[in-house]
Design a protein around this ligand. Sequence first.
Ligand SMILES: [Zn+2]
Length: 129
Amino acid sequence: MRHQIDAYLRPFQLNQLLHEHTAHVLSVLPDEVLSDVMGEPGVLFCDIDARPGVIFQVPVKSPTCGGAARSVVLKRTLCRRPVDFVRWLIAHEIAHAHLKNGGRWEGDDPELAADALAADWGFPRPLSF
Ligand SMILES: [Zn+2]
């Protein structure tokens, strides 16, 4: 599946830099997470131009029985941020999608859970941003 990452991401038509960073993050995910993200029903990726006055659409798959619709939305302004921040944020958002916006256990804070998974995958939250 790892050799299919680039082909998997291409239809999302991400900004080239965001495509490369997302491919890097995906390439180091544990097998079960990668299968969850790239499998069916998987996760949709998109980038948005989030300037005031710009209208954008976020693609969402139809939810399936027992399966949530999951999208990872990346602002194009990320391209101006340091690499460690960009990769942490992508990993953090993938973690939210993997956890279906929940925690790792009942009562777990979804934000802390996403940060913990991202760190486990090699993308710790930058100390300052
Ligand atoms: Zn978050």
